[in-house]
Ligand binder design. Structure first.
Ligand code: PEP
Ligand code: MG
Length: 580
């Protein structure tokens, strides 16, 4: 028996039999080709790329009902790469320059690109390394005829152990037969981790050499809560983990048992727990996790697809489908938030030195009026299909908000003149994600129907830390007293004008923050589907008075480290949370 420590990438515990998935890197042959055979070699590449495209289209076709927004986006990215002439143009040039076989050229290119991108401080580029690796490995598989066995065909329950589970393999695998995942490579934000979490499969990644240290058929324990795997465990260890596994499963079942119950404190304060979605297909997950409604529909994902801008009709269809699925509960659709870290080829934005502080979200829409008009028309036209709320992102001041509200009124008037049916009473709200907006939220509150606090951006702008930069990630702290004071200001100012105040940043789904936010008076929490049951359990386990008391103590504390410690202690001792 031995243990290996890795990264706790997807929670849960499982005990099972190892299935070693193509853990050995294929041997890449190297040989020279004659100039006369050049066109044949190029033709081999074209054929292999075409087969890789077919593979991915097949994965999308077969598994479409199972896939969430992230997986769809990943597969679309892979298709885009395979169809992008520039990736393989370089390979073609090298074949004719070096007169080497295509397999060798591709493996050289993978190594170079991986070395270049994996050192990049930009997490977006590092993530692309995994995508490039995945795409090239798939093409190489066809060239070498060593395609890895298809995990879609698994017919018995196993724990998949591999050097590096390609995200496209993870998407395609028969999830009902995969009890757990253990890999040498990967981290918490890799696509494999995201997919494991969305399918609730326990996973430990970043184990360095697990694939070489196990054999097919070995018994193995994957503890995705602690980030540990135990290979060939003795009987006592198996029994210990069986108890933990059972406790974890019971905990999950108990949580799902709360689905039909309201998120209500013991002294009767009712909280709304909503879900965040990026694409309409995610709605089913919200319903199955007991969401009250949609608190944030990031509409920009309709615009980030590698195609033309969505037409008014396409937008009406997308918005109406979500509204109908959730009706009569509310759906908050956020208008286009492109720019900053959400770039798209569909829009030709100019190079900016500081895109995060630049031409993004509402700033973009107020200038690109045609795009904004089409979206607002589509939203109002869809409004008759359910309970719509429209939310504007990145509002930073009163003048800007006035312009937005005036333009929205113009669009309504236009629809009225055309005799188009729409709801007059759609509540208009704003995201509070810029400190200036938080500080004048008393003024803004008089002009809108609701606030939703976007902590992902609010934190980055408050402590001046790029939310995507790993080097400064240690400063990106939701519990910085400055952030907490802004949150309190927004809630108090919103309430002062009778507004409902929501939060849709990641902080809303962090169970460690739940009591504090509740105690500060937050009315609605919006998060990804899987987070809802735990937050509901916490809300139902406390009184509002207790939460207010805790919030009072926390707001008196002076530094983020003390606040973190205090909240973790409460989470462990009072809430029985499994802490990583
Ligand atoms: C936020 O900033 O908290 C938010 C929810 O918006 P996004 O993450 O899409 O920027
Ligand atoms: Mg934001």
């Amino acid at each position: 028996m031995f243990e290996i420590e890795g990264i706790a990438a997807s929670p849960g515990i499982c005990i099972g039999t190892v299935y070693v998935h193509g853990s050995h890197q294929p041997k890449i042959p190297k040989y020279a080709i004659e100039r006369a055979d050049l066109s044949d070699e190029l033709e081999r590449l074209t054929a292999a790329v075409e087969r890789a495209v077919e593979d991915i289209e097949e994965i999308k076709r077969v598994s479409t009902a199972d896939l969430g927004g992230d997986e769809h986006r990943m597969l679309d990215t892979h298709l885009l790469m395979l169809r992008d002439p520039s990736l393989f143009e370089d390979a073609r040039g090298r074949i004719s320059d070096q007169l080497s076989n295509i397999e060798w050229i591709l493996s050289e290119m993978t190594q170079e690109l991986t070395a270049k991108l994996s050192d990049s401080p930009d997490p977006y580029l590092r993530e692309r390394t995994a995508d490039i690796h995945d795409v090239i490995r798939r093409v190489l598989g066809h060239l070498l005829k060593t395609d890895r066995p298809n995990l879609a065909n698994l017919d018995r329950e196993v724990i998949v152990v591999t050097h590096d589970l390609l995200p496209s393999d993870a998407v395609a695998m028969n999830k009902r037969m995969v009890a757990g995942i253990a890999t040498d490579a990967g981290g918490k934000t890799s696509h494999t981790a995201i997919i494991a979490r969305s399918f609730e499969i326990p996973a430990v990644l970043g184990l360095s050499d697990v694939a070489n240290r196990v054999e097919e058929g070995d018994q193995i324990i994957v503890d995705g809560n602690a980030g540990v795997v135990v290979v060939d465990p003795d009987e006592e260890t198996v029994q210990r983990y069986r108890r933990l596994e059972q406790a974890w499963q019971e905990h999950g079942l108990q949580l799902l048992g709360l689905n039909e119950l309201p998120a209500e404190t013991t002294d009767g304060k009712l909280i709304y727990l909503n879900g965040n979605i990026e694409i309409p297909e995610e709605v089913d997950g919200l319903t199955s996790h007991g969401a009250d409604g949609v608190g944030l529909y990031r509409s920009e994902f309709l615009f980030l697809q590698p195609s033309e801008l969505p037409t008014e009709e396409e937008q009406v269809a997308a918005y109406a489908s979500v509204l109908e699925a959730i009706a009569p509960n509310p759906v908050t659709i956020r208008t286009l938030d492109v720019g900053g870290d959400k770039v798209s080829d569909t829009f030709t934005t100019h190079e900016e030195k500081n895109p995060i502080l630049g031409w993004r979200a509402i700033r973009f829409c107020l200038e690109e009026r045609a795009v904004f008009r089409t979206q607002l028309r589509a939203l109002y036209r869809a409004s008759t299909h359910g309970n719509l709320r429209i939310m504007f992102p990145m509002i930073s001041g009163v003048h800007e908000l006035n312009r937005v509200l005036e333009f929205t009124a113009e669009v309504r008037e236009e629809l009225r003149r055309e005799g188009v049916d729409y709801r007059q009473d759609v509540p208009l709200g704003i995201m509070i994600e810029v400190p200036s907006a938080a500080l004048i939220s008393d003024v803004l509150a008089r002009k809108v129907a609701f606030f939703s606090i976007g902590t992902n951006d609010l934190i980055q702008y408050t402590v001046a830390v790029d939310r995507g930069n790993e080097k400064t990630a240690y400063l990106y702290d939701p519990f910085h007293p400055a952030v907490l004071r802004l949150i309190r200001t927004v809630i108090d100012n919103g309430h002062g004008e009778g507004l409902s105040v929501a939060m849709c940043g990641e902080m809303a789904g962090d169970p460690i923050a739940t009591l504090l936010l509740l105690g500060l008076g937050l009315d609605e929490f919006s998060m990804s589907a899987a987070g809802i049951p735990e937050v509901k359990r916490i809300i139902r386990s406390t009184s509002f008075l207790e939460a207010e008391e805790l919030a009072g103590q926390i707001m008196d504390m002076r530094n983020a480290a003390d606040i973190n410690d205090a909240l973790r202690e409460v989470a462990r001792d009072r809430l029985d949370l499994v802490m990583p």
